[in-house]
Design a protein around this ligand. Sequence first.
Ligand SMILES: [Zn+2]
Length: 92
Amino acid sequence: MPFARRTPKEPMDLPPVTAASGGPEMRIEGRRLSTLGMRWLRVTCACGHEGRVAVPELADRHGGDTRVRQVAEKLQCSQCGQARVRRIALSD
Ligand SMILES: [Zn+2]
């Protein structure tokens, strides 16, 4: 039963979240990729390296129902080679 855990109320059209407006603890970790639209995820690694990944590209690779936090667990830093995401923000 892959879809057993379903969130009853999931806002589909939230305003864009930016690092400036939301701070480090933005609540996008539980969002599905398909709800984020044509944006970028700005990912900061524990080593300090920051990169941007296109949301549609992630949705293609992992599926639109995948949540941001699940993607974060799989992202690998191009600088230190580890999966140690410290922070994720949405950017346009
Ligand atoms: Zn790193």
